[in-house]
Design a protein around this ligand. Structure first.
Ligand code: VGL
Ligand code: ZN
Length: 208
């Protein structure tokens, strides 16, 4: 596989709250940053996804007084894992990691902005109907292949990869440029689901 002018890199949720010390830390989340920067230099087209919730978001355990973080509840669109408050719009925790170096990224797509609906995927909200517009943006630019890196592998990266495939793109996840939350077997399940969907699981050495 090789990067072409029709390839884009999607850098997913490399934000302070997902880094150790943040509100919803992904173990070793900070370790991917130098590799993400190196990979990004290989791409002309770089898109950044940013988890960007209003205060009181439906995915926050604090919005459901009888529940605690990591409980799973039923919302109108289906099952929702409840999280600690994280990536609240315009807070320090929502900012991109300070060492992320992506000066040539042309689009930052913010997701999870609807107070009632979560959005792990950078393409489709959790109601599975509302789009972020990202597929249209990429298609209008002639992109046919999307490479994904970032956090968390078993949530936002996986759902973005599945939706990239569903939208007709070739999709690759660069595993060593991701880290997982791994909640109740979510990492194993994510790998399986991506394989079934035809998402290529690759190592950064295949691109560098
Ligand atoms: C994420 C949980 C809640 C992610 C975002 O970026 O994987 N996970 N919001
Ligand atoms: Zn979130």
């Amino acid at each position: 596989m090789s990067i072409t002018p029709r390839s884009a890199l999607l850098v997913i949720d490399v934000q302070n709250d997902f880094i150790p010390g943040g509100q919803l830390p992904v173990p070793e989340g900070d370790r991917i940053v130098p590799l993400v920067n190196d990979l990004a230099r290989q791409f002309k087209q770089v898109v950044i996804a940013q988890d960007w919730h209003p205060a009181g978001h439906a995915s926050f355990a604090s919005s459901h007084p009888s529940h605690k973080p990591y409980d799973v509840i039923q919302l109108p669109y289906g099952e929702q894992t409840l999280w600690p408050d994280h990536c609240v719009q315009a807070t320090r925790g929502a900012e991109l990691h300070p060492e992320l170096n992506l000066p040539h990224a042309q689009l930052i797509i913010r997701k999870g902005c609807n107070p009632d609906i979560d959005s792990y995927s950078a393409f489709l909200e959790a109601d599975r109907v509302t789009t972020t517009g990202l597929a249209g943006y990429l298609k209008e630019r002639g992109i046919d292949t999307v490479y994904m890196v970032g956090l968390a592998l078993d949530f936002c990266v996986m759902f973005s990869a599945l939706d990239a495939r569903a939208a007709g793109f070739n999709a690759f996840v660069v595993l060593d440029a991701c880290r997982a939350i791994d909640l109740n077997g979510s990492l194993t399940a994510a790998i399986e689901q991506m394989q079934v969907a035809g998402v290529g699981l690759i190592h950064s050495t295949e691109l560098l």
